[in-house]
Design a protein around this ligand. Structure first.
Ligand code: ZN
Ligand code: MN
Length: 495
């Protein structure tokens, strides 16, 4: 059995103004029908003028996925009737899109990266937004969204599992964010994903293609596709694949199932024809080359560099890179650490450096993320300066505080933006490694625990751990456990 999944992703571009008029692009929170004009209302006689920034953003996305930028492309009218489409057609691109081809690499879990081919990326305009009143008697239309610039990206059916589809959307979204063309927030409807899916049996029988709509989160993409694969394979197993039809189905999150919406349209239903009011787009080779210089280092390349340069485990590198703010913070911390390495008297071997880098990644991905999630804050809101974070890491690395104190220090730094040495001093958290101070506690513990001491002498390591724990308790957790262990061993063997 073989599953074929292809995705169509619509993304709102983060331009200041709409695709074909100078109305501001506003969020759903704006008062309805306040950012509108004759063009986006589709009034007769109004003329569309393409938004240069939107064109450039679409081309930059094309370059980001390694696609070919067309030196000749055009807009077309896609005709259909719906109340949220005032002109009776959507200005889109049909046979000559602005970007052709390209690909994206995805990784699911520990599997090898998979290349997913792109068919195209084209520009179009968003429709208005309709809301249905609770009594279902009326539909209200807000034209603020009408004319918002969209790019539609279409993949080849190269995806074969719901997890791959989810990974693709996450990877694509990450590229859009790196390129700063869209926040691509699915919850806000800035990124909307439809999936085409069908299943082929080993004997060659296949189900007709279903298009799934209304998947509003990465999780619902995974759930909807899982449901649909099950529905198609059951039909094949029971030999009733001919009963399935080529249709559009909507994902109903609450019920966890897809329901039939309509039979799927084909291109001819839309009576596409070239938009006569907009001249063709003909970017020059120079313009394209210039745009290429604006493409930053993208997630895939950055992940590879993090692995190579900082010797990070692949998974940690991928996790950091998936959010540009995390990746940038990490690198700022690293550069502060490097300043510390090169500062007078610090001899840090390559191996120790790599350990510190891995530690930095881990503290950021695990502990800092925990604090951020708890406070419902994005990485960009972190108050700990990279310099303070690096100092914190070196303090932990040098064993000046133990791991439980480290948690306390980081929590304080996160809340108050304080520097670690001040927190350690104020809270008296410094780890005690001074043997003259620890000796007294060690002696006391040895005297009070003859049985475990005898066990240690008999070679039982568990007993040694118990004694270390007792000393930690004596010193209110401030003793350096490594030093304590050595002291204990020394004292006991000298008996
Ligand atoms: Zn307008
Ligand atoms: Mn579309």
């Amino acid at each position: 059995m073989k599953v074929l999944i292809g995705l169509e992703i619509h993304t709102q571009l983060a331009t200041k103004t709409k695709m074909f008029c100078s109305c501001a692009t506003v969020t759903d929170a704006a008062e309805p029908n306040t950012s509108i004009c004759p063009v986006c209302l589709g009034l007769p006689g109004s003329l569309p003028v393409p938004n240069r920034t939107a064109l450039e953003m679409a081309m930059r996305v094309g370059l980001g996925i390694g696609g070919k930028i067309a030196t000749f492309s055009k807009f077309d009218r896609k005709n259909y009737f719906y109340p949220d489409l005032p002109k009776g057609y959507q200005i889109s691109q049909y046979d000559q899109p602005i970007v052709q081809g390209g690909s994206l690499e995805i990784t699911v879990g520990d599997t090898k990266p998979k290349k997913v081919r792109m068919i195209r990326v084209h520009l179009e305009e968003d429709a208005a937004k309709s809301t249905h009143t609770a009594d279902k008697q009326h539909s209200l239309i807000d034209f603020n969204r009408a004319g918002t610039p969209l790019i539609e990206s279409v993949t080849e059916p190269d995806l074969s599992t719901p997890q791959e589809a989810k990974a693709f959307v996450a990877a694509y979204r990450s590229i859009l964010r790196y390129l700063r063309v869209s926040q691509a927030d699915m919850e806000k409807g800035q990124l909307r994903c439809d999936a085409n899916i069908n299943v082929i049996a080993d004997d060659g029988r296949k189900t007709p293609i279903t298009e799934i709509k209304n998947m509003n989160s990465l999780r619902s993409i995974e759930r909807a596709l899982t449901y649909e694969i099950e529905r198609h394979s059951a039909a094949l197993q029971e030999g009733r694949e001919k009963e399935l039809i080529k249709e559009t189905r909507g994902w109903v999150e609450a019920k966890g199932e897809t329901v039939s919406q309509r039979s799927k349209e084909i291109a001819a239903d839309y009576r596409y024809f070239p938009e006569p009011d907009i001249p063709p787009l003909q970017p020059s080779k120079e313009q394209i080359a210039q745009l290429k210089t604006t493409i930053p280092e993208l997630p895939q390349a950055r992940t590879k560099r993090f692995v190579k340069e900082y010797k990070l485990p692949e998974a940690a590198a991928r996790q950091l890179v998936s959010d540009a703010a995390y990746a940038e913070y990490f690198e700022q911390v690293i550069s502060e650490l490097q300043a510390w390495f090169s500062s007078a008297g610090q001899k840090v071997t390559k191996k120790e450096q790599a350990r510190l880098y891995a530690g930095a990644a881990n503290w950021i991905l695990v502990e800092l993320t925990k604090h951020l999630n708890k406070a419902a804050l994005p990485m960009s809101a972190v108050r700990i300066t990279p310099e303070n974070f690096a100092e914190f890491l070196t303090i932990v690395y040098q064993g000046k505080i133990n791991s439980s104190a480290a948690q306390t220090v980081l929590a304080d730094m996160f809340l108050n933006g304080s520097d670690p040495s001040t927190v350690i001093e104020d809270r008296n958290l410094a780890q005690v490694s001074d043997t003259t101070v620890l000796d007294a506690a060690v002696e006391k513990v040895i005297a009070a625990n003859p049985k475990p001491v005898a066990d240690v002498m008999a070679g039982k390591t568990k007993a040694l751990q118990f004694l270390v724990g007792m000393v930690m308790k004596q010193t209110k957790g401030k003793a350096n456990p490594g030093v304590v262990q050595e002291l204990l061993k020394k004292r006991i063997s000298a008996r």
